[in-house]
Design a protein around this ligand. Structure first.
Ligand SMILES: Cc1cc2nc3c(=O)[nH]c(=O)nc-3n(C[C@H](O)[C@H](O)[C@H](O)COP(=O)(O)O)c2cc1C
Length: 317
């Protein structure tokens, strides 16, 4: 079965199991294994989360919540719905435990996503990852983040600004400090106007050079960004043996590259709040990311390969 269909059908089956109360029997969670932590006033029941992209529209939040994740980042969502790139656009490299995707922010739009979390209660912390439509260019791209933020901040526990997907042409140009400043200034002005204290994170690419990282860290401080999510997928084909497709590489081959970036950031500024993501498949991987400076950890490709039992494997003592 093509990976994209397998992904959807897998989540759909879990949703059915959840709706008839069987999910907790197949994948029981022991609350005794949870170590709650509080960050930015938010109570995380544990520090293992779902990375953005797994549930782009908020259709599976209930399932992921029942599986025991401490936080669930839904999206990337954009102001208008869009189809994304032509299929096939997700490729499995099973022997390397990797995935290449070039989905291109296929999603049902921010209004749909908002309807999925509005007035609902979950045990997990809910983050919303926001992006720009492919058809938006230049200033309109900046405006897209503002539109998404305005429509979502009342319903989310935190928001992530995603400038690091490699599958929307030129999106990564938004790592440019001038562009970033515009995005965060407009988001901060909405927060001030509405007296909102919602934490806003920035998700970065693992492929940027040191100069850009240093500039981002300056903006992080100047514009009170709450944390960095490190990292998105990589377009560096050197990390994946026999790489045959264009797109973003995730999974085991990304582990070292994304962890190196965590360490680099901590070396430059020890106080940055970090969320580590990239190639986490086991408890050891999870603990290594924590040793490298991350306070929260996310998984995506590990969930695809290991299945829902990854939560228990990582969190059990
Ligand atoms: C199929 C697929 C779709 C993704 N979609 C998104 C997305 O919409 N937004 C985003 O910020 N990251 C997206 N990502 C990146 C992941 O959130 C994560 O940063 C990356 O895959 C590294 O983690 P992993 O090795 O655990 O998969 C996607 C990854 C995959 C594999």
């Amino acid at each position: 079965m093509p990976p994209e269909s397998a992904h959807f059908i897998g989540l759909f089956l879990l949703k059915i199991l959840n709706s008839v109360g069987l999910l907790k029997i197949f994948f029981p969670i022991r609350k005794t294994n949870f170590t709650p932590r509080k960050f930015f006033g938010l109570e995380f029941r544990n520090t293992l989360g779902v990375a953005a992209g797994l549930d782009k529209n908020g259709d599976f939040v209930d399932v992921l919540d029942s599986l025991g994740f401490g936080f669930i980042e839904i999206g990337t969502t954009t102001p208008k719905p869009q189809k994304g790139n032509p299929k096939p656009r997700v490729f499995r490299y099973t022997s390397s435990k990797a995935v290449i995707n070039r989905l291109g922010f296929n999603n049902k739009g921010v209004d749909y996503l908002a309807s999925k979390i509005k007035n609902k209660k979950f045990n997990a912390i809910i983050g919303v990852n926001i992006g720009a439509n492919k058809t938006s260019t230049r200033e309109k791209r900046i405006e897209d983040y503002k539109i998404c933020f305005e429509k979502i901040y009342q319903y989310a526990d935190y928001v992530t600004v995603n400038i690091s997907s490699p599958n929307t042409p030129e999106l990564r140009n938004l790592h440019d400090p001038n562009e970033l400043e515009k995005i965060f200034k407009s988001i901060n002005s909405i927060k001030i106007k509405n007296a909102s204290k919602i934490p806003v994170f920035l998700k970065i690419s693992p492929d940027e050079d040191d100069g850009i990282i240093e500039k981002i860290l300056k903006i992080y401080k100047d514009l009170q960004i709450c944390g960095l999510i490190v990292s998105n997928t990589s377009i560096d084909k050197n990390i994946l043996e026999n790489c045959q497709h264009e797109g973003g590489i995730s999974g085991k081959p990304l582990f070292n590259k994304s962890s190196e970036l965590l360490r680099k950031i901590k070396q430059i500024d020890d106080e940055v709040f970090l969320i580590g993501v990239g190639g986490v498949f086991s408890k050891d991987d999870y603990q290594n990311k924590i040793s490298d400076g991350a306070s929260l950890i996310q998984v995506y490709t590990g969930f695809i390969y290991e299945g829902p039992s990854i939560v228990k494997k990582i969190l059990s003592s």
